[in-house]
Each structure stands twice: as structure tokens, then as C-alpha cells.
Design a protein around this ligand. Structure first.
Ligand code: ATP
Ligand code: MG
Length: 451
């Protein structure tokens, strides 16, 4: 019979990939916690109108990439293609903005109907930060530092921060007129995609990924030159603050970001290690969005980081792949009565807080012991016919040679004590496999002194 496959571009994360994802998620959670940023979780599905109004019809995301369908109640629904519109909707809907500025982060799957390729999927994951009610240029630098330092904490190398200012909506309107006139004059030399955008989304043409278009645009008027004095002063303040925080950046006058709601600061963090899809994090200021979605006028700034691309970078930075942490105890058993006793032992010791893995294969002891060794557990518990008859459990040390204890099967407390004492007497990283310890050490210098 034929098997059912996943949809194209929707990707499974298999058990061996999970430790790395969890490590990144844990680092991010800790990092945000220290910055006083609270998590928010919004639904994966929203009314299509939210993204049409919040992101803009002329963008790629809304125009070409959304997973949209009509539900049983005849409503047009869309799987979220990004997080910002949902977070802003939730903040408005629940009156969060009347409680003062909101410092929020989110993480989870996003959906875009794009052509799947390296670094590009139809379901992918983002982690993002949104500061709502943050007008000061210093908050731009703070939000960028949050992304930069998170990447540094994860040991990611080869990063570059690119920065631009999109100015105020007045600056952009004035610039748009100049740019459209210039583009019209050069229409014949533009690629068809860009030609189609001249009147719908001309700024986005600046962001074209085609080399010929980029070469042509070298002669176009720049947004930087069109900025009015207050916008220039604001942008200079952001740059001063970044320099004070020791964060290097370069100015990229063509960086405009795909979404309509950006103003003033726009930025991207790219990595030289990612190939064609080099942007790992993108963000910027979106002072107009909250009002556009029906909320009070609220200055805001945020970013979103692509998890799949980040995972690739962290993998490159790590000395060895992460594996699942080893259990404290691996239970080996054979025979009907012995297996029942093994289950009771495993569940009982888990209730006392130990990590216990039980071999359920029913195979020969030799094979079970091989798996016990591979599990990385410090101890194996052995229950066979003899142990059942004597009401005992044999504890065998797997990491230290020739150490064996015979304990009463019902005395879970004694067993728990023996196992945890042995664990405590060796060093705290000892029952973490070497490669994890190495990567933990590499990322958290404070605990790097492993004997
Ligand atoms: P790109 O120019 O690569 O299409 P974008 O401007 O559409 O990026 P954003 O909307 O800014 O991307 O999303 C932020 C981050 O999310 C990107 O920098 C990237 O790391 C990640 N990302 C976006 N789209 C995808 C995708 N289809 N698959 C995997 N990651 C993605
Ligand atoms: Mg895109």
C-alpha cells in the first residue's frame, strides 16, 4: 500500500534534531527573561483581513505567499505568515496597551507558500520580539542588541548587521514620488517583476535579489538623501547608541524589508555561512501598525529570527552534534515476571525524580546491555529470573568498572539514594555526554571548567 507523505515544504523535526532546538529555545527564553520580555502565544490561524490590513496587499507575503482558505463558517482564514500582526491584534483586543508599554516575545511555526529550497520552507519557525510603546531611538538599539546578543550567546559566527532608515511616512511619500519617476525613466531596463511593482510597491524594488536590477539601481535616488532633518537626527542617535553598545553595523541604503508597515529603523542580520538565504534576522520600527489595526497610536519596534537558518548556524558553530541527555538508569529485564518488576521499578524511580529508560525489546541480555551502554546511563538495573526469585535488583555501574550492588526490589528509596549519590560524587557534568558538555561549555564560558 502506498504511504502518505507530508505536504511539500512542511518539514518534520525528528527526535535527534530536537535537543539542539530545545537548547536554542531555552537560551532564548532565558535571554528574554533577563531583559524583562514576556512571552505571548497567539493562534496559528487568523482572519485573512488581519494580514491584508497589517502587512499590506502589495507585499509578497500577502500577495503571493499566504496559506488562505475558507472555513466551514464561510470566513476567509489564513495560517499566520509572520508574528507581528497577530501580536498587535492580541495587544489591542485585550487592552494590553492601556497597561503601559509591552515588551513581548513569541515563537512558533509560520506558513508561507513559497518555493521550497535550501533555507526556505512552507512551514518554518520564527522567534520574535516586539516592543509596543517604545518611541525612543535607544529602544531601537536595545531591540537590535537583544538579537545580536542572543546570536552571540548561541556561539554563532560570521554575522553582519545592516542598517537603514526608512524615515517617516512623509519622507517615504516624498521619496516614493522621486523613485517612481526614476523607475519610469528606466522601465525598459528593469526585470518584469520590478516593472510590475513600479506603482504598487516601488520601494520593494530596491530590495530585488537580481544582480542586474541591483546594478541598475546604483544610479537611483536614495532614501537617505530624502530624509528630513528630524529623521536624520533620529537615525544618527540609533547609530550612536549601537556604537556605545559595541555592536558593529554597516549602512545599507537599499534595505527596505518586505512589509509595508515599517518606518525609520530597518535592519537585517546576515551570516556569511548561509549561502543564498543569508538573512537570519530581520526587523524594524512600525510606528503606524497599531493604529492601522484599530488601536491607539503606538510607536513600536521588533524583529523576527528564522529558526531553521539559526539552527544551521548553531550546528556549524557547535563542536559536536547535541544528543539527548543520558538517563540516570537503564533497566534491563527478561521474562514475564521480570518485565513486570522492571516496569514497576522504572515508574517508581521516575516518580522519585530519576530519568529511567526501560528496555522493552524482550531481546537477549547481551543485546539489552549493548543498548544500555549506548544510552550513556551511569547505571543499569538488571532483573532476570534469579532477581525475581530473590526479590532483588542488581545495579551495575556502566561507567565505572566492576561496581555492583544488590538491593531489595521494593526499596526504591535505597535505590534512588545509591544512584543519586553516585551521580553527586562524580562531577556535575559527568553524566552529560562529552559532546553536549563541550557545546554547553563553549556556549556558557562560566561552566567551562570541566575536569
Ligand atoms: P527573505 O528575503 O529571505 O524572503 P523575508 O523578508 O521574507 O526574508 P521576514 O519576513 O523578515 O523574511 O522573516 C524573518 C526571518 O524569517 C527571515 O530572515 C528568515 O530567517 C526567516 N524566513 C522567512 N521566510 C522563510 C521561509 N520561507 N523559510 C525559512 N525561513 C524563513
Ligand atoms: Mg520572503
Amino acid at each position: 500500500m502506498s504511504t502518505v507523505q507530508s505536504l511539500r515544504g512542511l518539514v518534520d523535526l525528528l527526535p535527534q534534531q530536537i535537543p539542539l532546538w530545545q537548547q536554542i529555545e531555552a537560551t532564548a527564553r532565558e535571554h528574554f527573561g533577563r531583559a524583562g520580555i514576556a512571552e505571548i502565544r497567539t493562534p496559528l490561524l487568523e482572519l485573512t483581513e488581519l494580514f491584508a490590513r497589517g502587512i499590506g496587499e502589495a507585499t509578497d507575503v500577502v500577495g503571493k505567499e499566504m496559506y488562505t482558505f475558507v472555513d466551514r463558517g464561510e470566513r476567509s482564514c489564513t495560517l499566520r505568515p509572520e508574528g507581528t500582526a497577530s501580536v498587535v491584534r492580541a495587544a489591542i483586543q485585550h487592552g494590553l496597551l492601556s497597561q503601559g508599554p509591552q515588551r513581548l516575545w513569541y515563537g512558533g511555526p509560520m506558513f508561507r507558500y513559497e518555493r521550497p529550497q535550501a533555507g526556505r520552507q512552507r512551514q518554518f519557525h520564527q522567534i520574535g520580539v516586539e516592543l509596543l510603546g517604545a518611541a525612543d531611538p535607544l529602544s531601537d538599539a536595545e531591540v537590535i542588541a537583544l538579537a545580536w546578543d542572543l546570536l552571540a550567546a548561541l556561539g554563532v559566527g560570521g554575522l553582519a548587521l545592516e542598517l537603514n532608515s526608512l524615515g517617516s511616512s512623509e519622507d517615504r511619500a516624498a521619496y516614493r514620488t522621486q523613485l517612481v519617476a526614476w523607475l519610469e525613466a528606466h522601465r525598459e531596463q528593469l526585470d518584469p517583476d520590478s516593472q510590475a511593482r513600479i506603482h504598487t510597491n516601488p520601494l520593494r524594488i530596491l530590495d530585488s535579489k537580481l544582480a542586474e536590477t541591483q546594478a541598475l539601481l546604483a544610479g537611483a535616488p536614495t532614501l537617505a538623501a530624502a530624509l528630513a532633518e528630524p529623521s536624520r537626527a533620529r537615525f544618527a542617535a540609533v547609530q550612536t547608541a549601537l556604537t556605545a553598545l559595541g555592536i558593529p553595523f554597516s549602512l545599507n541604503p537599499r534595505l527596505v524589508r518586505g512589509l509595508d508597515y515599517y518606518s525609520h529603523t530597518a535592519f537585517e542580520i546576515t551570516s556569511s555561512q548561509l549561502g543564498a538565504q543569508a538573512t537570519v534576522c530581520g526587523g524594524g520600527r512600525y510606528d503606524g501598525l497599531v493604529e492601522q489595526l484599530g488601536g491607539p497610536s503606538t510607536a513600536a519596534i521588533g524583529w523576527a529570527l528564522g529558526m531553521e537558518r539559526l539552527v544551521l548556524l548553531v550546528e556549524k558553530a557547535a563542536t559536536a552534534p547535541l544528543v539527548r541527555p543520558a538517563p540516570d538508569l537503564y533497566v534491563v529485564s527478561r521474562g514475564e515476571a521480570a518485565e513486570a518488576a522492571a516496569l514497576a521499578l522504572a515508574v517508581g524511580l521516575r516518580r522519585l525524580g530519576l530519568a529511567v529508560e526501560r528496555d522493552t525489546s524482550g531481546s537477549a541480555f547481551g543485546k539489552q546491555f549493548k543498548r544500555a551502554d549506548r544510552s550513556g546511563a551511569a547505571w543499569a538495573a538488571v532483573i532476570g529470573d534469579d532477581e525475581v526469585a530473590s526479590g532483588q535488583v542488581r545495579l551495575k555501574a556502566l561507567l565505572a568498572a566492576d561496581q555492583e550492588l544488590l538491593l531489595p526490589a521494593l526499596d526504591l528509596a535505597a535505590m534512588h539514594q545509591a544512584i543519586s549519590q553516585a551521580r553527586a560524587s562524580i562531577n556535575p557534568l559527568a553524566n552529560i555526554p562529552d559532546n553536549i558538555a563541550a557545546s554547553v561549555s563553549a556556549n556558557i564560558p562560566a561552566i567551562a571548567q570541566r575536569p
